[in-house]
Every structure is written in C-alpha cells, then in structure tokens.
Ligand binder design. Structure first.
Ligand code: FRU
Length: 453
C-alpha cells in the first residue's frame, strides 16, 4: 500500500516518505553536503534497507535526490545497511553493509560492499569487498556491519562493527591499497563492549575521537539510560599496532532520541539519528518515521567532545533581559545567556496543560517530556525513563549559554558543548514558551531558522 507524507518538520531531514534510521555516507562532494540515510520508503516501519539521499549548500536547507542504493543485488539481496563515503579519483565511493538471509531468516550474512558514482546521484555497485574470508576466526558473519572508511598515509582504512562468537561487540580495523582488496589489521579496542553488539563506529583522525553505539548495554550509575546508547572516546589509532589509544570517554548526547552519529567528511561536524530503537513513533500517522538531528559542529577540549548546532539563522525575533519571559514559538532557536545562574525553568510547546520542561535542579539539567503530548513508550524500565525524564550535567560556569533548537517534533538542547536531544509530539496550538530564571543577569533571544522558499 502506498503511503503519503501529510506533515513534516520544518528543517529536520526525514525520508521523502516512510521510515529512516542512521545517517550514512555524510560527505562534502562537488560543492554540496551529501547526507544519505537508512531508509524504507514503503512503510513507516523498518524494512529492506535502501539509502535515501539529500543534498544541501548550507547544512540547513536540504533537497531530496533519488534513492541512492536499493537492495536486491548480489551481496545486498535483503538490504543495504549503514556505511560511509570517501572521495577517490574524483569519484564518490560508498562503503556499506550488504545484508542477505535465506528464507526464514536463516544464514544471515552482513558483509561490506562498495559502490561508486561519478555524478553523486547514481551509483554503480561493485558487490562484496570485505567478506567472510577477511573476517578473522571467532567472529559472527551475521553481525558484521557499518563500515567507516578513511585515508591515512596513502592507504584506505576501515573500521567495522563485529561480534565475537563467545563474547560481545568489537570494532575491527582493516586496510587496503585500492578499496577492493582488504586485509584485517587488529581488533581496535582489544576488549568486549558492554553491550551485546557495537554499531556504527566512526573515527575522526583530525580531531582524534571515536564514536560508537552499544546495543542492550546496562546503564552505569543512572547515566545513559537508553538501552541502546551512544559514546565518544577521545584518542587516536596507533597504526603500528592497529589499536585505539583511549584517553577519555563519555556520552555524545544525553537525550531520549539520539543514535548512530557520523562525522561529515570535509567538515568537523556530526549528524545523528534523532530517534531510538524499540519505541513507538507517533509521526507514523503522518507518513514518516525518523529524523536526522541538526548538524553539530564538533571540537575536542579537556578530554571531551563538544557540540554546537549548525543552522543558518534569521534575524532576532524577540530579545529581552528579564527574569520572566513569555513567548510564542514552535520552530526556531532559543538562546538564554545567564550570569551566576541559580535556577531556571523553561516550558516549551505549552498550552497550559501540555508542555515540555527543562529545569536546573541539584546541579544538573532535568528534561521532562511526560506532559509533552503523545506518549512515547520504550523498553526502558528505570524510574527516569518511565517518568519521561533525561538528565545532563550542568557546567556550573559563571557565564552560561543555553541553546534550544525547536522544530515541530523535536527539541535539541545544548550547554557547554553537551547535548540532549528528544522527540516530542505536542498537540496543535501548544506553542507557548515560559522561562523563569534566578541569576545575576540574563538575556533571552529567539531566532528563526533561515529556510529558502
Ligand atoms: C543501527 C543499525 C546498524 C545497521 C542499520 C540497519 O541503527 O542497526 O547497525 O546497519 O541500523 O538499518
């Protein structure tokens, strides 16, 4: 049955219609930013994976291009899973996981495939290039996916998520001289992950960080309560040993809905999937499920990954400096600057009885979506998750800037380089904003995102 999209967020990427998950192949190529994403166009549920494709000049306004990869060929009969992009010989190359299974889901294989394009629009597939022969002994070819490729010292390097037959998730490092013939180098971290499987590893050689996600990972001291979590590790790969030397680690995003972040090749920025596995997606009734986050400028400082949202902003729509602010806003960027902040309460998308709330309590930010509108139910059973709550550390600095990016179905909150992102599905007309602050000084500013007609 054909589905149609009846609503969509103003500036967050969704599928043209249907389901999307991870961002894939993020790259600056031929003067434009290209973002691909895991996509099933025929339903609002996950299905045989395609690669959807959008392009942008400014990382704010995105335009659809035809679907870049469709499953059904040798090596990717049942799906084109996540992967990455690289420029080589003036062409755009995609490396992705080809998914195949026999009827009844037996004999699952996830192997790494290659495709190339000379125009950045249509892609020629080359089939499997990292297959079972390259997978070291003791690993499951049924859980081997999400290649991230880069160039270092004249060689191509690639990390792929894998699962040890007697253990948990691992990240495997491979190298190649020509993109087609690959050899295994080492098990990058040299130890089991805390989750049953690692997904979507990403490496940024220039800034020196590794990103990855863990499936079904128990929380640690009440932190990262999502059962599928996202992490950063600061450090670099030692190419002589093939091991990553970790200096510090942390969580990329503290919210309910953030997964599979990937760095844009050609820009120090990441984009993530603004959703989460194992939850209902209320927008399915509008013909779409899943969004991408706003791109975020990335830097590394004091052993931490720092993020700032990237968007072309319009003029200031409202500015004031007072302890109580009331405003009307559905979409846009709200910035609060405060000196010696003691307490803060921000209600967004409010109609009086429905609202999304951010408060500063006991030295941390507390985000509450329990009264946001339509309920989102996941598999998490801890008290915070059941209460619709997520927490993020507060910097406690004397001068702080809180940035809140709001779109029809999402809130992305930033303070001191940390981020907390969540979907929300408020009722029509719930557009009120109320801010109450106790601080030595404060400024409130709201801007639109600049959207081309
Ligand atoms: C992560 C993931 C990847 C896989 C893709 C399938 O969200 O599970 O590991 O390649 O989604 O759509």
């Amino acid at each position: 049955m054909a589905i149609t999209k009846t609503k969509e967020p103003a500036f967050h990427v969704t599928g043209e219609v249907g389901w999307i998950n991870d961002p894939n192949g993020l790259i600056f190529y031929n003067g434009q930013y290209h973002a691909f994403y895991q996509h099933y166009p025929n339903d609002t549920k996950w299905g045989p994976m395609h690669w959807g494709h959008v392009v942008s000049d400014d990382l704010t306004n995105w335009k659809y291009l035809p679907i870049a990869l469709k499953p059904g060929d040798e090596g990717d009969r049942n799906g084109c899973f996540s992967g990455s992009a690289i420029l080589h010989d003036g062409k755009l190359w995609l490396m992705y996981t080809g998914f195949t299974e026999n009827e009844g889901g037996e004999s699952i294989r996830q192997l790494q495939c290659l495709a190339e394009s000379t125009d950045g629009i249509s892609f020629k597939k080359h089939g499997v290039v990292i297959g079972e022969e390259e997978l070291p002994e003791g690993y499951a070819p049924s859980d081997f996916r999400d290649p991230k490729i880069w160039l270092h010292d004249g060689l191509f390097w690639c990390i792929v998520a894998a699962r040890k037959l007697d253990g948990r998730g691992r990240i495997l490092l491979f190298r190649s001289g020509d993109l087609f013939k690959w050899e295994f180098v080492n098990d990058l971290l040299g130890k089991d992950s805390a989750g049953t499987m690692i997904e979507c590893p990403d490496y940024n050689e220039e800034l020196g960080y590794l990103l990855y996600c863990e499936q079904f990972q128990p929380s640690e001291n009440g932190v990262h309560l999502n059962v599928h979590t996202n992490r950063f590790a600061i450090g670099r790969i030692d190419y002589t040993t093939g091991r990553f030397k970790e200096e510090s680690r942390g969580i990329v995003d503290y919210g309910f809905d953030f997964y599979a972040p990937q760095t844009i090749v050609g820009k120090s920025a990441i984009i993530g999937w603004l959703n989460m596995w194992d939850r209902n997606v209320p927008s399915a009734k509008y013909g779409f499920a899943g969004m991408l986050t706003l791109p975020r400028e990335i830097s590394v400082k004091d052993g931490r990954l720092r993020q700032e949202p990237i968007a072309s902003l319009g003029e200031v729509k409202k500015a004031c400096s007072s302890l109580k602010v009331e405003d009307i806003v559905t979409r846009g960027v709200v910035t609060v600057k405060a000196t010696a902040l003691k307490s803060l309460s921000l209600r967004l998308r409010s109609d009086g009885s429905n609202y999304t709330e951010l408060t500063l309590e006991g030295g941390e930010w507390v985000f509450d979506r329990s009264r946001s509108g339509e309920q989102i139910v996941g598999v998490e059973k801890d008290a915070d998750s059941l209460a619709g709550i997520r927490r993020m550390p507060f910097s406690g600095k004397k001068e702080i800037t809180l940035t809140v990016v709001m779109d029809d179905f999402s809130v992305e909150i930033f303070e001191d380089g940390r981020a907390l992102s969540s979907t929300i599905y408020p009722p029509e007309g719930a557009d009120g904003l109320e801010l109450t602050i106790d601080s030595a000084g404060c400024e409130y500013e709201r801007r639109d995102i600049f959207l081309k007609a």
